[in-house]
Ligand binder design. Sequence first.
Ligand code: ZN
Length: 250
Amino acid sequence: MTHSHGSGINRLSLNAIFILHLYLSYSGDIMKVRFLGHAAFEVTLDGKKVLVDPWIKGNPKSPVKLGEVSADIVIVTHEHGDHGFDDAVEMAKKGATFVSLFELANKAGEKGVKGAVGMNIGGPALIKGLKILFTQAFHSGTANPSGVVVIGKEGSFYHAGDTGLFGDMKLIGSLYHPKVAMVPIGSHFTMDPVQASYAVKFLNPEVAVPMHYGTFPVLTGKPERFKELVAKRAPETKVRILEPGESFEL
Ligand SMILES: [Zn+2]
């Protein structure tokens, strides 16, 4: 009797753990952020996999091969080669929804992508259950560059794209309260650690992740310096320095 009673409890608690696990994975309590090197991120939000700036082929920092990643949604912030337009096109041909500013989405269409969503800077569109909106980014290109905010039930994240510092990051912070902000710190083409620490102060995210550094010799910004500056300037924000392939959940 005692034995069967005991194993009954074990079975019960195992079931409870299993149900809790199912609940967590379906209720979307977990947001997962995985760094794929340079400015490429894979974020799992509300059970959807979103890839931003997925430069994989030719990225010296990529921890994966193109065939090893898939996405529900693939977002490209601008046309420069180190932000993965070509790889995003490949993923879109395998079923990911391609999302970018209008001109780049048209270009994806010309390359054979069906159903590319071309947006512009402004309010969100609902794509596969997630709200996606584009922000300005101070950068260059033959088409306008952008940053992007993705909002799910679990929270939101902001990927700044390539940009210099701008004061309206305060608006992005107060409107969308990003849980995670990915900010470029490499200098030369984007913000440096000092400017990026101000960006974090403006955005006020729970977690800031530095990106766009160290891939090429000119990208001299150091993530440790960024972390020190954020600790002084925006002490409520935690900095996560990720190695390519590394991830965290929150
Ligand atoms: Zn870049």
